[in-house]
Write a new protein. Structure first.
Length: 338
């Protein structure tokens, strides 16, 4: 460190550390020296930060996400969602999309969370954060280029309580009436009737919409339907009630996929019908799963461990606390019947 140099009525001093330089002018030599000591320490820290950056390659989050999609994401069932998120990365993450993965902090992800919560539901934001977390975990556990996942330590948005909407006979009548007055004895030969048939079949089987749309003739094994590939990534056999078997018999003779719908055409007819009959925002197709599970327990007296085999739930707590929704009156009847 140089000594202060007097220039007129003031003093000037220069400091240098490696390639970093700075200078200042002060009223006294002591003030110059005090400044130089502090500034030299700052330059040393600055140099250490530069060294750290030189040791790490420049990897924008977009590049990491692209690699994650190519090696992992495109093989997942959620690949369309992952691909779409990647395409709109600037919208979801702003400047962080092109920020080095080494510079993204938990504070940055908190800011993303809070900004997205102003525009989307907490469940949506949770899904987005989970995806980003998967990308960072890939960098930590598979590529070994990061030490920490900045999403893992932040607080996730609180989820709303699970739906407990039951489907009543009145709801069923309204939905079937809106779908060209379908009834369960009619062979479903129109798009609307196929949606109505799927609705009734879901109430008998606990099957998801996508699982029903995907049923093929070779999946029918008489007293059960085989689902070769479910949401959980495993196969499942769904036993049929007598009513469920009768519904499936209406489609006998069809080859390949039994219903002519894809997910979009099905959803469009379903949503339009809900709006037409005044149930939009009241009922969702997934509510059939809640209703079917509750009926199997209340009417068929299926034990919960057997029920999990039917529904494909790996976690009994989710099955019981989310999907089994008996009313207080139904519970009272169980108590009095015991």
């Amino acid at each position: 460190m140089q000594k202060p140099v007097k220039r007129g009525n003031s003093y000037r001093i220069q400091v240098k550390y490696k390639h970093l330089r700075d200078a200042a002018t002060r009223d006294t030599a002591k003030e110059c020296t005090d400044w130089a000591v502090r500034r030299l320490m700052e330059l040393q820290l600055q140099y250490q930060e530069e060294l750290k950056k030189l040791e790490k390659p420049d990897i924008p989050f977009r590049d990491l996400f692209t690699q994650y999609y190519e090696n992992v994401g495109k093989n997942k069932k959620s690949s369309p969602y992952i691909k779409n998120y990647l395409k709109q990365l600037d919208y979801y993450l702003g400047h962080l999309a092109n920020t080095s993965i080494y510079d993204i902090t938990p504070q940055d992800m908190v800011a993303v969370r809070d900004r997205r919560l102003k525009l989307a539901k907490s469940s949506t934001v949770n899904r987005e954060l989970s995806l980003c977390s998967s990308v960072f975990t890939y960098a930590v556990s598979e590529l070994f280029i990061l030490k920490e996942n900045p999403v893992q330590v932040i607080k996730k948005p609180s989820l709303p309580p699970p739906r407990n909407q039951r489907i009543t006979d009145e709801h069923i009548d309204l939905i079937l009436k809106g779908l060209d007055n379908y009834n369960e004895t009619v062979i479903p030969n129109s798009p609307a009737h196929e949606v109505a048939w799927a609705f009734l079949f879901a109430l008998e089987t606990t099957m998801r919409r996508g699982e029903i749309i995907g049923i093929r003739d070779v999946d029918d094994f008489g007293d059960y339907v085989h689902l070769p590939d479910t949401k959980n990534g495993t196969s499942r056999n769904v036993p049929l009630t007598t009513r469920g078997r009768k519904l499936l018999d209406l489609l006998k003779g069809r080859k390949g996929q039994l219903l002519k719908h894809n997910s979009n055409s099905f959803r469009l007819i379903w949503q339009r019908n809900l709006a037409k009959v005044g149930l939009n925002g009241v009922i969702t197709f997934h509510d059939t799963r809640h209703e079917a599970i509750t009926r199997l327990v209340n009417i068929q007296k299926i034990p919960v461990e057997i029920l999990a085999k039917i529904t494909g739930h790996r976690t009994i707590n989710i099955l019981v606390n989310t999907y089994y929704n008996p009313s207080a009156s139904e519970i009272a009847k169980m108590l009095n019947a015991a």
